[in-house]
Design a protein around this ligand. Structure first.
Ligand code: FAD
Ligand code: NAP
Length: 584
């Protein structure tokens, strides 16, 4: 990371010393922006600190070529304001990063959010003062402020993982990480480029880098399944039809296990003959993207069913990649959809180009970088530029990078040593008034994330307003409820094949991290229902002011749209009992 020059010079500003707020929010991605808007609406004062030089989070940092969403644009956007939905037009089925960043800026400007955000400012410390019942927050710009609530909107995929390759400092060219991409255009024309990694970021960027580079060498540790996006310009008739009843469409999205809408079939793959299955997979393949997993209901629960879709996807690779040895190397043998499924535009086709080479580092890891290349298995591959598409310390990485201390000075990092422990992924015992947007133990990355964010924010904002109604100083979960939730999260994970491979969902992409399945896999509406039940019962599972206060029925302010019945057609008890609720 030292070698990139993307970090903008922080704009000069006075540090804030002793300022007092109702809430501090860390991060100004989609989570932090909506949190600020919501708490302001309910009359709370709020300061947001953001390490980047602008809003947008993921879409501010991930400027690599080809970066775009893999949830359709008509669904990958906020749903809290009908006129915002109506006035914004997406240009493509899957919007590119600059457009999503422009959308984040549009929202920030439209709701006048930037005046309460301090950019280029990293929160370094958050300590709960038990005497004052307040959080003391410090930043790398000398700010020292306090607030009743500390809200982490730090992102699940925001702590870039740059492996400590030996010799990285001796490499003479630039080393880029996809998650910390420079603001200025990177021109690969005439360059020998090395890309390390074959996850979603690599799969999106490789076809575009290949178009410019003189040579491209891809270092692959684990091959990934990828489904074509079939991206293209937005079908204006489709956009019009959604906008004709956007709120109805949003309600349908909310009722889906994934928090986004696509047709899926709850039947078992075993119920079809081989020929019927092929046809069904082909139909879903032609729809493209993540909805491919909706072809059958038991694909992520039954290994034999999964084998059928995995083989179909491998056959697709073999049909595209001309060199059988390369096709073989690119073909995963793990569970289909176990690692986050990738969505591409011409990824496998890229390996047919004569100047593109695939190097397998599964058995012989990258040994070192030299002044002019990358060495593995004793062979040096020349490179002028290295692109690390090596992912993130997912889910907890950005928490680990802040010194967070709760009651009795307990460090969050210490508490989570053996894996994150939360109640509903919203809060953690011993850390009063500390909320996490899409925290571990919530659906987060297994649902469309803007849905996950909005539901969390609405719940938190209503909770804060309820505390104000009560005159409560603090809220935190009961240890017994947290233990039960952690157990439930683990139990549900165990019934899904998703928990069986070495993915970032379980922290396995980074050496030394505990192996724990971090997101809640039980389905978005099921989870929302649990949050509603807690809220409706006066925040059951939580304790106010360490038990000193009587609770009462909370007023529904922002959470109304989440208090909806689930789509019984899809989430029927029978479907759940048969483990046939597909999750993405
Ligand atoms: P982020 O957008 O990650 O924002 C967190 C912010 O917190 C960052 O700006 C960071 O700088 C800041 N921060 C962190 N620590 C500190 C600190 N100590 N002090 C100050 N600031 C701090 N999800 C989908 O649902 N669909 C998609 O198509 C999709 N595509 C993605 C593509 C890429 C390349 C990546 C990496 C992720 C993608 N995701 C997608 C997930 C994406 O992260 C979420 O959709 C969403 O943007 C997360 O918003 P957020 O506000 O929670 O977090
Ligand atoms: P990733 O999925 O974790 O992929 C990282 C890649 O780097 C993997 O292939 C990994 O191999 C490899 N790697 C890591 N360390 C390595 C090392 N030391 N040597 C060799 N290879 C190494 O990260 P990502 O591609 O940035 O994606 C992360 C997540 O962000 C995605 O899963 C998705 O949720 C989101 N995302 C979405 C999109 C989209 O399409 N909208 C695009 C980008 C990202 P192993 O597999 O062996 O660990």
């Amino acid at each position: 990371m030292e070698k990139t020059t993307h970090d903008r010079t922080p704009s000069g500003r006075e540090s804030e010393d002793g300022a007092v707020f109702d809430a501090i929010v860390v991060g100004a991605g989609f989570g932090g922006l909506y949190m600020l808007h919501s708490v302001r609406k309910l009359g709370f004062t709020c300061r947001v600190f953001e390490a980047g030089g602008g809003v947008g989070g993921t879409w501010y940092w991930n400027r690599y070529p080809g970066a775009r969403c893999d949830i359709e644009s008509m669904q990958y956007s906020y749903s809290f304001d009908e006129s915002l939905d109506q006035e914004w037009d997406w240009s493509e089925k899957y919007a590119p990063q600059p457009e999503i960043l422009a959308y984040a800026n549009h929202v920030a400007d439209r709701f006048d959010l930037k005046r309460d955000i301090r950019f280029d400012t990293r929160v370094t410390e958050a300590v709960f003062n038990e005497t004052a019942n307040r959080w003391q927050i410090k930043t790398d710009r000398g700010d020292a402020v306090s607030a009743q609530f500390c809200i982490m909107a730090v992102g699940c995929l925001s702590a870039a993982n740059l492996p400590a390759f030996e010799g990285i400092d001796t490499f003479e060219g630039p080393v880029y990480h996809t998650g910390h991409w420079p603001h200025e255009t990177v021109d690969f024309t005439g360059k020998r480029v090395a890309v390390i990694g074959t996850g979603s970021s690599a799969i999106q960027s490789i076809p575009i880098i290949a178009r410019q580079a003189r040579t491209l060498t891809v270092f692959q540790r684990t091959p990934n399944y990828s489904v074509p996006a079939w991206n293209g310009p937005m079908d204006s008739e489709y956009a019009r039809s959604i906008k004709a009843d956007y709120s109805g469409f949003r309600a349908k999205m909310r009722a889906r296990p994934t928090g986004f809408y696509f047709p899926f079939n709850t039947e078992s793959a075993h119920a079809s003959s081989g020929e019927e299955r092929e046809q069904q997979f082909e139909t879903f393949w032609q729809r493209g993207g993540l909805p491919f997993l909706g072809a059958y209901g038991d694909l992520l629960f039954d290994k034999e069913a999964n084998d059928t879709i995995a083989e179909f996807a491998r056959e697709k690779i073999r049909s595209v990649v001309e060199d059988p040895q390369v096709a073989d190397l690119l073909s995963p043998d793990n569970v289909f959809g176990c690692k986050r499924l990738c969505v591409d535009s011409g990824y496998f086709e890229t390996y047919n180009l004569p100047h593109v080479k695939l190097v397998d580092v599964s058995e012989h890891p990258i040994e070192r970088l030299t002044a002019g290349g990358v060495v593995t298995n004793g062979v040096e591959y020349d490179a002028d530029v290295v692109v690390c598409a090596t992912g993130f310390a997912a889910m907890t990485g950005s928490f680990d990078r802040i010194d967070i201390r709760g009651r009795d000075g307990l460090a969050l990092k210490k508490k989570w040593e053996a894996g994150p422990r939360t109640y509903l992924g919203l809060s953690t015992q011993g850390f009063p008034n500390f909320f996490m947007i899409t925290g571990p133990g919530s659906p987060s990355v297994l649902a469309s994330m803007i849905q996950s964010i909005e539901q969390h924010v609405d719940w938190m904002a209503d909770c804060m307003a309820h505390m104000r109604d009560l005159g409560a100083q603090t809220i935190e979960p009961l240890a017994s409820e947290e233990d039960a939730w952690v157990e439930h999260v683990n139990e549900v994970a165990a019934i899904s094949l998703r928990s069986t491979c070495s993915s970032w969902y379980v922290g396995a992409n980074i050496p030394g991290r505990p192996r724990v399945f971090m997101p809640y896999i039980g389905g978005f509406p099921v989870y929302v229902d649990r949050c509603n039940q807690s809220m409706d019962a006066g925040y059951a599972g939580f304790v106010f002011d360490q038990g000193a206060l009587e609770s009462s029925t909370p007023a529904i302010r922002l959470t109304e749209r989440w208090h909806v019945p689930v789509d019984v057609e899809v989430i029927s008890l029978a479907a759940i009992a048969a483990n046939r609720v597909p999750v993405v």
